[in-house]
Every structure is written in structure tokens, then in C-alpha cells.
Design a protein around this ligand. Structure first.
Ligand SMILES: NC(=O)c1ccc[n+]([C@@H]2O[C@H](COP(=O)([O-])OP(=O)(O)OC[C@H]3O[C@@H](n4cnc5c(N)ncnc54)[C@H](OP(=O)(O)O)[C@@H]3O)[C@@H](O)[C@H]2O)c1
Length: 319
């Protein structure tokens, strides 16, 4: 049995990663597509092969009115996520939200409560949790191979050509580099550190906005303290390209991940005990499969709405 998905938005991530991932996932089918333009929706349907008899929509109400649709995958700008997710939950559709889930904690809580009350799944698309090397590290952390975790560091940046992206503006965005890549660094840090070190109890940051002088972060340097006293830091930026890096330090071992942050599922991981072998699977396929299985098996998805809420709670504190 498969779960039918509608994709909202026909932009970069929907086209390059999410629609192909739905097609590849065993328990998911691409059913319909929403765009502001019917012809763009139709082009997307033709390219990716959505299966509903009428699959291309420019009316969200009509898309949601389809009893054969099980779930929506929301891949529109961050500032549109809340209204779109709430409407889907009210129409009794499960919701997988691109990150960051919304731009406001109250909105996030409303979605979490609405989904729980309706018995629907609400998940957040942090695809790096489905990177095979990252998953092996998570297993080693849980097995205490790193001992007590003491510190973690992550850096992920890109070089934006200009400030014309919606993330740089206020209309439908709330953060720039932090929403593009910083929220992923924070998610990895939370995934690895919180089970061992407790919740984040203090967060501080240095944010710059002086190149384009817009409302949102260009470079963000973030420092975190956990209940155990362990620390973490991450850097996100839209001002320069750099190889991505994740470093993890415990009392018994350390790990350094080079270029594992991205879409390929590749890169390399070294630990104190030697290189870590893993196969480069497409992490987006794992993400979609997990969410579809969560619906079918009536369990929580790997990244819940509550976890998405904790992530934006920190983003809102620091920027
Ligand atoms: N997990 C990841 O790896 C990853 C990577 C990139 C992005 N994302 C997330 O996915 C979401 C979409 O990001 P993206 O990079 O794909 O953005 P994008 O390329 O700009 O695409 C967003 C799409 O949303 C639709 N849209 C509806 N209202 C819009 C508006 N007012 N302004 C702009 N677009 C609007 C557009 O499709 P129509 O023109 O067809 O309506 C547009 O193509 C964001 O939440 C982002 O953080 C996740």
C-alpha cells in the first residue's frame, strides 16, 4: 500500500529532490501538485508523472478537496508554511513540512496540537537525518561509543549571487542563511546532543547583515549550552562557499564529517578509531519513505512537529 502525496510549490527543492524522491520511495506516490500557475503545475506533473486523473492545481482548496489524497509535502517559502499546513490538517491530510517548519513558535504549537487532536502525522523535512553516515554516528552515540558528549561544531555556507531570493526579504521569509542551512546544522546538533546532554539551556549568536543590508542574517555564528554543560557551535553564511564540516567530541572518541552536508548523501567521516564506511544513499528518499511508513504504521515520523518547534524556538532566540 502507498501513501499519495501532493507537493506544494514547484521550485528548486520540489523539482530537484522531492518529486524524484517520492517516485523512488517504495511507500509513496506523487499524486498532485499545487502552483500559483496552472501551467507551471501541469509542466511539473508532466515532468514528474503525478498520478491523479487531474493532478495540476492552482487552487489549494480544490487540491485538498480530493478524498484520494493522503498527505501534502509543503515546499513553498517558509512564511507560507503555517497557513498551508493548518488548512491541510483541517482537511484531514497528513503534513510533511519543509524546514524551518514555520516562523513563529505559537504557530508551530498550533500545528502540533491540531495534528495530535486529529490523529494526523506532522513531520519536518530535515533530510540529513537520512544520510547513512550520519545515522551510523547516531547509532554509535546511542551505544555510548563516544562516551559523554562534550562539544559539537558544524559549518555550512553558500555564496549567494545577490539578495533577490525570498529568504533575504521579509514578505515570505524570516531568516536567510539560518533558514537555508543553519537550521540543518542546529537539527544535527540537537539530534546528536540532546539525548545525551539534555535540552539547550542557553543560546547566543553573532549575526551580520552588512553586505546587502537587508533584514535577515548573512553570516550567523551560534553558540549553545546544554543541560549537562556540554557546548556546541555552528556557522551558517550566504557570503562565501566553504567545504561543509561537522565535528563531534566525546570523552571516548571524536568524529569529523567532511562534505556530508548537502543533497548527495556522500562525503567522508573520520573517527578517532578510523574511517567510517557508509553507502551514499539519497537522503530525500529515506525522508519520504519514513514519513509514508509513519502514516501506514501509525507511528511518529523521525522528525516530529515538536522537534521542528524546538528548532525554530532557538532560531527565534538568536536572530
Ligand atoms: N531540506 C532541504 O534540503 C531544502 C533545500 C532547499 C529548500 N528547502 C525548503 O523548501 C522550501 C522551498 O525552498 P526552495 O529553495 O525550493 O524555494 P524556491 O525554489 O523559491 O521554490 C518555492 C516555490 O514555492 C512557490 N511559491 C508560492 N508562493 C511563493 C512566493 N510568494 N514566493 C516564492 N515562491 C512561492 C513557487 O512555486 P510556484 O511558482 O509553482 O507557485 C516557488 O517555486 C523552503 O521552506 C526551504 O527552506 C529545503
Amino acid at each position: 500500500m502507498s501513501i499519495t502525496f501532493a507537493i506544494l510549490g514547484t521550485g528548486r527543492i520540489a523539482d530537484q529532490q522531492l518529486a524524484p524522491a517520492i517516485s523512488m520511495a517504495r511507500s509513496a506516490d506523487l499524486w498532485s501538485v499545487l502552483s500559483r500557475s496552472k501551467s507551471r503545475a501541469q509542466e511539473f506533473v508532466d515532468k514528474h508523472g503525478a498520478e491523479a486523473p487531474q493532478a495540476a492545481y492552482d487552487s489549494y482548496e480544490e487540491l485538498l478537496d480530493d478524498p484520494a489524497l493522503d498527505a501534502v509535502l509543503i515546499a513553498t517559502p517558509d512564511g507560507l508554511h503555517f497557513e498551508q499546513a493548518l488548512a491541510a490538517l483541517k482537511a484531514r491530510k497528513h503534513v510533511l513540512l519543509e524546514k524551518p517548519m514555520v516562523c513563529d513558535v505559537k504557530q508551530a504549537q498550533t500545528l502540533v496540537d491540531t495534528a495530535a487532536d486529529a490523529g494526523l502525522r506532522l513531520g519536518v523535512a530535515y533530510h540529513l537525518r537520512f544520510h547513512r553516515g550520519h545515522q551510523i554516528l547516531a547509532e554509535k552515540i546511542a551505544n555510548k561509543e563516544f562516551g559523554k558528549l562534550r562539544h559539537m561544531r558544524a559549518q555550512w555556507t553558500w555564496h549567494a549571487p545577490d539578495d533577490q531570493n525570498w529568504r533575504a526579504k521579509d514578505e515570505v521569509g524570516s531568516w536567510w542563511g539560518l533558514a537555508g542551512v543553519g537550521t540543518h546544522c542546529l537539527d544535527l546538533i540537537r539530534w546528536y546532543m540532546v539525548p545525551d546532554c539534555g535540552e539547550i539551556v542557553a543560546a547566543d549568536s553573532t549575526i551580520t547583515k552588512n553586505v546587502w543590508e537587508g533584514p535577515h542574517d548573512e553570516t550567523a555564528m551560534v553558540q549553545l549550552i546544554f543541560e549537562s554543560g556540554a557546548t556546541a557551535e555552528f556557522c551558517s553564511s550566504v557570503l562565501f562557499e566553504s567545504p561543509s564540516r561537522v565535528e563531534l567530541y566525546g570523552t571516548e572518541s571524536w568524529a569529523v564529517c567532511d562534505n556530508t552536508l548537502g543533497s548527495s548523501g556522500g562525503g567522508s567521516i573520520q573517527t578517532k578509531k578510523g574511517p567510517l564506511d557508509f553507502d551514499a544513499h539519497n537522503p530525500y528518499v529515506g525522508e519520504v519513505e519514513d514519513f509514508a511508513r509513519a502514516i501506514l504504521d501509525k507511528r511518529s515520523p523521525a522528525v516530529t512537529g515538536e522537534e521542528g518547534l524546538r528548532n525554530i524556538e532557538t532560531l527565534l532566540k538568536i536572530a
